[in-house]
Design a protein around this ligand. Structure first.
Ligand code: PLP
Length: 280
């Protein structure tokens, strides 16, 4: 496994950052996860654009130019043998000589990290069955549009879901659906497809955007609108989207079947469209 750390490629096991690194101390860092299909990064420009947006949101200068990011991603893919995988990138505000909350105390260079992780193809049997999810209060902060590594709430929610034999926690805030603990959420209800609109409470998912444009290109109406918790619970179909889960049907919600308890017809269509898009 070859990783990248501050301008150098080295074995992942040897890639180490100082204890005073602000990513370690404060989660003062942003990241991206980019899916790779047969050696090709999917939606790479969109991921780099979002990374740039995250960096600007936390007032951190981009340590690499856009071309630098795509070269780095392609280099990591090549050095790790290509195939199906995910590239992880992280930028932290660096490692100053003392712990201090104030971001201005970090005057040195940012820390830039990249590595690859294998991504096994999603088992068709799991897709046919769909996954279970639980509904939970969205306990995260108010700027979930920033892809920050400060993920303690998401981590606890993932553990809570797992402890309840579920694969994802679907989050509600002020009586409305926001997103999953590590995914965006789509619902089919009353014959229409909907997903919550982009706002500070949710991450602007790359897969979400792709699904929206694939739907539009194929004359499948989809609304970006608020979804009340009651509508979520009564939905005919629920899907999760993310770079690693692609588009995944949720067939049980808090132990109750979603719709008829099997992946729905509209999911089947969008899944095929997304498959064609990731593999073209
Ligand atoms: N929402 C959250 C909280 C996430 O962590 C993720 C990604 O893992 C997503 C949504 C989906 O985003 P993307 O499709 O860009 O992977």
């Amino acid at each position: 496994d070859t990783a990248y750390l501050n301008g150098r490629f080295l074995p992942l096991a040897d890639a180490q950052v100082p204890v005073l690194d602000r990513g370690f101390l404060f989660g003062d860092a942003v990241y991206e996860v980019i899916p790779v299909y047969t050696g090709r990064a999917y939606a790479l420009a969109d991921h780099i654009h979002r990374l740039d947006r995250s960096l600007r949101s936390i007032g951190l200068a981009d340590p690499l130019a856009p071309d630098g990011w795509s070269d780095l991603v392609n280099d990591l893919i090549a050095r790790n043998g290509g195939g199906d995988m995910a590239v992880y990138l992280q930028v932290t505000r660096g490692a100053p000589s003392r712990r201090d909350h104030r971001p201005a105390s970090a005057t040195g260079p940012a820390t830039v990290v990249g590595f690859c992780q294998t991504r096994s193809p999603i088992a068709e049997s799991l897709l046919e069955q769909g996954i279970a999810a639980v509904v939970r209060d969205d306990t995260r902060w108010a700027r979930c549009d920033i892809k920050s590594t400060a993920l303690l709430a998401n981590v606890l929610l993932a553990g809570d879901a797992h402890a309840n034999d579920a694969n994802e926690a679907i989050l509600v805030r002020d009586g409305r659906l926001t997103e999953g603990a590590s995914s965006n959420v789509f619902v089919v209800s009353g014959g229409t497809l909907a997903t919550p609109p982009l706002e500070a409470a949710i991450l602007p998912g790359i897969t979400r955007a792709r699904v929206l444009s694939l739907a539009a290109a194929n004359d499948i109406p989809v609304a970006q609108r608020r979804v009340e918790t009651g509508e979520l619970r009564a939905a005919d179909e629920i899907w999760l989207t993310s770079s690693t889960r692609e588009i995944f049907p949720v067939t049980r919600l808090d132990g109750e079947p979603v719709g008829h308890g099997r992946p729905g017809a509209l999911w089947t269509r969008l899944r095929a469209l997304l498959q064609a898009d990731t593999h073209d």
